[in-house]
Design a protein around this ligand. Structure first.
Ligand SMILES: NC(=O)c1ccc[n+]([C@@H]2O[C@H](COP(=O)([O-])OP(=O)(O)OC[C@H]3O[C@@H](n4cnc5c(N)ncnc54)[C@H](OP(=O)(O)O)[C@@H]3O)[C@@H](O)[C@H]2O)c1
Length: 238
């Protein structure tokens, strides 16, 4: 189905009080950034508006440590009207610089999720957060082999009343939620450029035959020169 309007794109989400959506903007050859991590901007202004509308629609926006490190994003709503979501950084090794924007700008509540190994709890069972500003809360989750179970992340957010969740990037983070079958929808916005090599978007375990490939129901929206694929991961495609 081809849509011509962003209102039609967002209509299925606006009716729901609980969903998890992933998103990635990528080149024709499936890259979300150069090898060095440069990604601003793969997509055009119409697609950036789509991303900001998504942020305004959700309770929480989740990014991996690689994105915080490479982009120093603010993850706020700026190109449309709407509230800022709670920002969530997945940082199992506690390696991120506390001077990054989300940890210092005070623009929205921020959860900095670390592993037990990276942040040993104090004698009262509280996370140690020597650098955290008032808007930042350090949350400790188990991370065997430095990997959070994405279901644990969503359960933690759910317990805080954060039930509309955007997994904004990068590729490894979105892929981990997709592999765990925890995404209800996925926006893949394909821009008309070839990067040639760089950081990959979706990466999943190998399959042997195309019968094992996922073929979800898809709607398309032309956003300027970008083509958005809106995947409904709870429905099979035709
Ligand atoms: N085009 C786009 O739409 C878009 C969107 C966002 C970001 N980006 C670009 O993407 C690049 C970053 O993507 P990326 O794939 O390299 O990294 P990423 O997904 O941003 O971050 C990956 C890291 O986050 C932590 N992490 C994520 N999921 C985890 C999980 N389930 N359990 C435990 N830890 C988890 C791990 O930290 P450790 O490494 O510390 O173990 C992991 O290596 C940047 O260059 C950025 O510019 C592009």
């Amino acid at each position: 189905m081809i849509l011509t309007d962003l209102d039609d794109l967002f209509a299925p989400l606006e009716r729901l009080d609980r969903f998890v959506i992933g998103q990635l903007g990528q080149s024709l050859d499936g890259r979300i950034a150069t090898v060095s991590g440069h990604s601003h901007y793969i997509n055009g202004p119409e697609d950036i508006e789509r991303l900001h509308r998504l942020r305004a629609l959700v309770d929480a926006v989740v990014v991996g440590a690689g994105t915080v490190e490479a982009d120093d994003p603010r993850l706020t709503v700026r190109h449309v009207e709407g509230p800022n979501p709670v920002r969530v950084a997945l940082d199992p090794r506690g390696r991120l610089d506390p001077a990054r924007a989300i940890f210092t700008d005070g623009a929205a509540s921020t959860l900095w999720i670390q592993s037990e190994a990276a942040n040993r709890l104090d004698s009262e069972g509280k996370a140690r957060d020597p650098h955290a500003a008032e808007h930042v809360q350090i949350v400790v989750l188990p991370a065997p082999a430095n990997t959070f179970d994405p279901a644990d992340v969503l359960a933690e957010l759910d317990a805080r009343g954060l039930r509309r969740v955007l997994i904004e990037g990068g590729g490894r983070t979105v892929s981990s939620f997709l592999e765990a079958d925890l995404l209800d929808r996925l926006h893949v916005s394909v821009a008309s450029l070839l990067i040639g090599s760089g950081r990959p978007g979706i990466t999943l375990p190998q399959i042997e035959s195309l019968e094992q490939a996922r073929r979800p129901a898809i709607r398309h929206v032309l956003l300027g020169s970008d083509l958005l694929f809106d995947l409904d991961l709870r429905s099979e495609g035709a």
